[in-house]
Design a protein around this ligand. Structure first.
Ligand code: ADP
Ligand code: MG
Length: 712
């Protein structure tokens, strides 16, 4: 489409040719071109809100209010206090490729605004009824422009304050095929909520409000720090489950190619390549999700989806949480605009970094170092927190979870009884993105907007809800006193001083780590399975099996690195029968097994003879370890990266040996052995969780104990 403009002139010339000589190709009228662009930019109400929000932020707004009706289908209205537009600009804004953010092709290399393509407004206006009200504050009058299906209906003067309001009504009214693809209102509203929440997190210094019909869904006045914003939107428990990260590194060189030395101006000072900065929050190991929906990455305050950074995050959590689980992550990367190419996709959510591996490694190492340093201890807090909290002492996948969906006001979910499981546990797990511990909304008093029929859960579009809730970040819903649109926040739920409350959470959080494991005093063993220990910070319960497993796991990996895994000869070789496909897998990993202390030889076409094994592994446990490693390695894809595959196989073997040779539960331990185990555990780099991601030690903090006894 873009290139069409360049060819306008020759085509005009051709138009004069006799009809028979004319080619088949035509330039599409703008209205059609806009609708095609709309297909890329606007696929659902949330993408309209995204474009409008980005425009408000680009206009320097400090206060942004988003109102939606019927999940955005009927109306989306975004009001900002940004710099506004004069009459000419207001009309130009709806022209294709009209933008104030870019002038030359060179500008494309260093985009510092969220928008730059000049496509959003004409695309939106081609598929909806749009009203723009805008004023710069300098001109005598503001402007009011009405457009429907791409046609200007009215242009009027209007007395308006500085800023812009864009109202988008009846989305897809003229493209019924697209309208059909819209999901349930609640789904669309959930997507919008997730989006507004993201932007609110990226801009704690700005005021965001999201209202649906008469309900306030997000209300976030300005705060000083991201931590306070998290507190504001998700509440105390979520904040307590997250670790902060802040790191920076100077870039060695700029990502864009430099002119060759002979073309450089010798007087021009060398350009400073700038810094790469990382800040944000990421979850402690005990908090695990079944999908990636709780990972949010921003590059220069733009929310992006990026496989490279996803990989860096997975790497950071390797052997801290299971490979099938995902953490909760909120990352903000800042870099010079030249370092990131945002002109990759019309929706601008995909980017290309100019120095990808540098950024990848920086993110991975910063998170990993933070995890090792903080050694966060799992607490009991979430175990008896509000029903909206998922227990943090157990990986999500293993625990029966209480429902965690904050029903959206005005959605049938308001009427879902807490005990029932209308969406199935799978969808529920899906449905639980960031807000495992989002503050539970106070019951919404007043009339429920749905009649009793909504109680019939059969009506519910399961998939829609799963999707909706998955997209939903679960912001806490401020209590509604009368449903008249005012936010009657309860002062307890929203303390005046978010900063003080946040500081308190941070202080408690800093205390609860596993750095003092070595100084704990073992008190007793509980059911010959758990070690009870006293420490300055409270009462500890340590799972003896997983603790020993972690100790062995790290030792095996260490020994393996210096090729020193200790083996023992078996008195009698152990014969293991394998299926033909298992023999193939075995052949692939045989060498790695040998480096880990196994001595295995083929003994006939389908039998292996194990002559030596790592110390501590014998009999049934040995057999199981082998079977497990072969089984797990059988699904490795042939085309995966060789190096990566080796690391995976290596850690898998170490984890399996560790698991099968560690002290079992139901094994009596004398005080000396308990003390030894705690000391060894203290020396590991991740005493927080076993290689499979289960927590190792729980802390019942002194504060919680005092609280439980009503002493504070
Ligand atoms: P882009 O954001 O890519 O420039 P848009 O179609 O989204 O393209 O917007 C076109 C132009 O309209 C913007 O470049 C900007 O100058 C102007 N504009 C849009 N929304 C606002 C707003 N809320 N406040 C001020 N100017 C705006
Ligand atoms: Mg824009």
């Amino acid at each position: 489409m873009h290139l069409g403009r360049f060819f306008n002139y020759p085509l005009f010339a051709l138009a004069a040719l006799p009809l028979g000589l004319m080619g088949r190709i035509r330039i599409l009228p703008d209205q059609v071109a806009n609708q095609i662009a709309a297909g890329e930019v606007v696929d659902r109400p949330a993408s309209v809100v995204k474009e409008l929000l980005e425009n408000s932020l680009d206009a320097g707004a400090n206060r942004i209010r988003i109102e939606v009706e019927a999940g955005g289908r009927r109306l989306m209205r975004v009001t900002d206090d940004g710099h506004g537009m004069n009459r000419d600009d207001a009309l130009l804004a709806f022209e294709r490729h009209a933008t104030s953010k870019l002038r030359t092709a060179g500008d494309l290399l260093s985009i510092a605004t969220l928008g730059f393509r000049g496509e959003a407004l004409p695309s939106i206006a081609s598929v909806a009824r749009v009203t723009l009200e805008t004023a710069t504050g300098d001109d005598a009058a503001g402007s009011r422009i009405e457009i429907a299906g791409g046609k200007i209906l009215h242009v009027d003067d209007a007395a308006l304050p500085r800023g812009t309001t864009l109202a988008v009504a009846d989305l897809f009214f003229n493209t019924p095929a697209r309208r059909k693809f819209l999901r349930a209102e609640s789904t669309e509203l959930a997507h919008i909520t997730a989006l507004v929440t993201h932007y609110a997190l990226a801009h704690p210094e700005k005021h965001f409000e999201l209202l649906s019909a008469s309900h306030t869904i997000v209300s976030a006045p300005p705060v000083a720090r991201t931590a306070e914003r998290i507190y504001q939107i998700f509440g105390k428990e979520t904040l307590a489950q997250l670790l902060p990260v802040a790191a920076e590194i100077p870039l060695a060189h700029g990502g864009l190619p430099e002119p060759p030395p002979w073309k450089r101006d010798p007087d021009e000072p060398a350009r400073d390549p700038g810094m790469l900065r990382l800040s944000g929050f990421y979850s402690k190991p005990e908090l695990q999700k079944l999908n990636r929906n709780s990972i949010y990455i921003f590059a220069n305050k733009r929310l992006i989806r990026d496989r490279l950074l996803m990989h860096a995050i997975t790497e950071a959590y390797r052997n801290v949480i299971p490979p099938t689980s995902f953490p909760v992550v909120l990352l903000f990367l800042e870099m010079p605009p030249e370092e990131v190419d945002v002109n990759v996709h019309p929706a601008k959510t995909e980017v290309r970094f100019r120095q990808p591996s540098f950024i990848h490694d920086f993110v991975r190492d910063s998170l990993r170092t933070g995890l090792i340093k903080a050694r966060p201890a799992a607490g009991f807090l979430a175990a008896h927190a509000s029903p909206g909290a998922s227990p943090s002492f157990m990986p999500l996948a293993m625990s029966p979870m209480p429902p965690t969906i904050s029903p959206l006001p005005g959605s049938p979910a308001d009427t879902v009884p807490v005990e029932s499981d209308p969406i199935g546990s799978e969808a529920r797990a899906e449905a639980e993105p960031f807000g495992l511990t989002s503050r539970l909304p106070s019951p919404i008093t007043g009339k429920l907007p749905f009649d009793a029929r909504a109680l019939d859960l059969g009506q519910w579009d399961r998939q829609a809800w799963g999707e909706a809730a998955a997209a939903l970040f679960q912001p806490a819903l401020p209590p509604q006193a009368d449903g008249c649109g005012q936010n009657h926040a309860d002062p307890d739920a929203y303390p005046q001083d978010a900063a003080a409350a946040t500081a308190q959470v941070e202080a408690e959080q800093a205390a609860a780590n596993l750095n003092h494991l070595g100084s704990l005093r073992p008190l007793a063993q509980l059911r010959e399975s758990f070690i009870l220990a006293a420490g300055d910070d409270g009462l500890w319960i340590i799972d003896q099996h997983v603790a020993h497993e972690r100790v062995l796991f790290e030792k095996i990996l260490r020994d393996r690195q210096v090729e020193k895994v200790q083996r023992q000869r078996l008195l009698m070789p152990l014969l293991v029968e394998l299926q033909p496909w298992q023999m193939v897998v075995f052949a692939r990993i045989a060498q790695e097994l040998e480096c880990n202390g196994f001595e295995v030889e083929p003994f006939g076409p389908q039998t292996l003879a194990v002559k030596a094994a790592p110390i501590g592994l014998e009999g049934r446990a040995l057999e199981r370890t082998l079977a497990e490693v072969i089984e797990q390695s059988s699904s490795d894809s042939a085309e995966s990266d060789k190096n990566e595959e080796l690391t995976v196989v290596r850690t898998r073997i170490a984890a399996s040996i560790a698991c099968h040779s560690a002290i079992k539960v139901n094994t009596a331990l004398d005080p000396a052995r308990m003390e030894w185990l705690l000391l060894e555990l203290a020396k590991t780099s991740h005493p927080t969780s076993c290689p499979h991601g289960r927590p190792i030690a729980l802390l019942y903090s002194w504060k919680e104990i005092q609280r439980a006894f009503h002493r504070i």
